[in-house]
Structure formats: C-alpha cells, structure tokens
Design a protein around this ligand. Structure first.
Ligand SMILES: CC(=O)[C@@H](O)[C@H](O)COP(=O)(O)O
Length: 263
C-alpha cells in the first residue's frame, strides 16, 4: 500500500479529522472527545475560549497542551477583515509566534455565511505577514482559486451553514474545488453525522473540520469516535476508487461459467 501523507503547511499529520473545541460541557469533556476523535489539529475560537487572555480562569491550554496538539486559532465571531487580522495577531502572541491559523470572516450572525470580500482582504494581509492560512470559504470555485493564488495553505469550503448539521449541500461544487486545487481542501462546517464526513472524503477532500456534530451529539465521546472511523473509511474508499456506475440493471455477483445444470 502506498503511503498516504496528509500535510498542512509542511507538517505531516496522521489524522485527517480536525475538530473544534467549543460547545462542550467543560474542558474535561472537550479533552475526552478529542482523544476519541484521534484529531491532532484542534481549532480554538480566540474570541471565545481562554488560552491565556483571561488570567485566573481555566485555560484550554491546561487540558490540550500545545505539546500534544497542533493549535489552529480561528477568527469565529469576526465580521470584518480588520477584526480577523487583529484576532490572529493576538493568537500569534498568545501562542508563542504560532503561524498556522484558520481564517473565517462571517457575513452575518443569522447565517454565519462567509463574507468572501473581507475574507480575501484578510487573507492577503495575513499571508504577507507570514501566517499559514487555512481559510473557511463558500463553495464557490472561483473564490477558492483566488484564495489559493493569494497563498492560503488550505481551502476549507463549507458543507452547509456552521452549526446547521445539514451535511454536504453541493457536492458538485466541492468536486470542482478539489479538482482545481493544489493545496489541501477540507470540508468545514455543517457536518451533521458520520456519513456526511465519509461523503466529503469520498469526494476527494483531504480532510474534514467539524465541531457541532460531535459536541452536540447525545454522547459526544462516542460520536467523536464515529467521526474518526467515518473520515478513515471515506479516505480509504476514495483511494480504493469506487466501482464504475452503470445504467440501472442487475449484474450477478458470482461467476457465470461452470453452472451446475438443473435436472
Ligand atoms: C469550530 C469552527 O471552526 C467552526 O467555525 C467550524 O466551521 C465548524 O462548524 P460546525 O460546528 O458546523 O462543524
């Protein structure tokens, strides 16, 4: 079997599942779910989760030490390029000159849909400042191409709205983005259950980023494990290459030669 490396900004990872750290009961549950998911990259909303900004409060860093996980600070809650840039500069300070970030600039609080104009603006600045930018975007292949040209190290189109659990709404657009991209493409946001993650991977995504599907499950730890298996299964199926689709007709599974004659 050929080696199947997953690389982001020059670093190799064993898991293609990236997970968020929000919406859990407490940091202990966050840690248990992330362990069950096998994720190595964890994203953290700098504006919402304490990683040292608020002295005296419990810090996520105590539960998910940066020596064990790759942090992916994100700009959740930012609605302008300026806000997002400021937030990621703060993250870089808090996390010792950390460069790998997730850029998301949202359009409005109802849909949380990406504002692509502000996203492109922020990406330009952040890439110039030396950040490795994994970018959350719409499933528009033209915007995805522009973000890659700017120098983003991963393109992360939504499956559907953040937190909606609606799954992959436009597999065809995802396919176009995957086919044209030279950097990794990860589906981000909207995964509802394990099969959504598998479909994303079967389409050829390099990875999946999710939060709510795990944290919002009745049993988050168990769902985290399901997502680990789902991403692995989808990747294996993609690499194996699915059987060709045919017109709708039957095809016997067993050999036709040497049939025992009926008496
Ligand atoms: C955690 C994070 O970065 C979210 O903004 C992300 O987009 C996940 O979305 P879901 O919660 O829908 O999985």
């Amino acid at each position: 079997m050929t080696q199947d490396l997953f690389q982001i900004a020059g670093k190799t990872y064993g898991s293609r599942l990236l997970v968020g750290t929000g919406k859990y009961k407490d940091f202990a549950e966050t840690r248990a779910a992330i362990d069950a998911s096998g994720a190595e990259i964890v994203t953290v909303a700098i504006r919402r989760v304490n990683i040292g900004q608020t002295a005296g409060e419990p810090s996520l860093l105590d539960y998910l030490p940066p020596s064990e996980f790759t942090y992916l600070p994100n700009t959740a809650g930012c609605y302008s390029a300026d806000d997002a840039i400021r937030t990621l500069r703060l993250a870089r300070e808090l996390l010792d000159d950390h460069k790998l970030v997730k850029l998301e600039v949202l359009g409005d609080p109802q849909t949380l849909y990406p504002n692509v104009r502000e996203t492109l603006k922020a990406a330009e600045v952040l890439v110039k400042e030396g950040f490795d930018v994994m970018v959350y975007t719409s499933d528009d292949p033209i915007v995805a191409r522009e973000l890659e040209q700017i120098g983003c190290c991963a393109i992360m189109p939504l499956a559907s709205l953040i937190g909606s659990g609606m799954g992959i709404l436009n597999p065809w657009n995802l396919r176009l983005i995957i086919e044209q991209s030279k950097v990794p493409v990860l589906v981000d946001a909207g995964v509802g259950t394990a099969s959504d993650a598998t479909i994303g991977m079967e389409l050829g995504c390099d990875g999946v980023l999710m939060n709510t599907a795990i944290a919002g499950a009745r049993d988050p730890i168990r769902m985290a494990h399901a997502m680990k298996l789902a991403v692995e299964a989808g990747r294996e199926a993609f690499l194996a290459g699915r059987m060709p689709k045919k017109l709708y007709s039957g095809d016997p599974s067993s050999p036709l030669a040497g049939l025992i004659a009926a008496k």
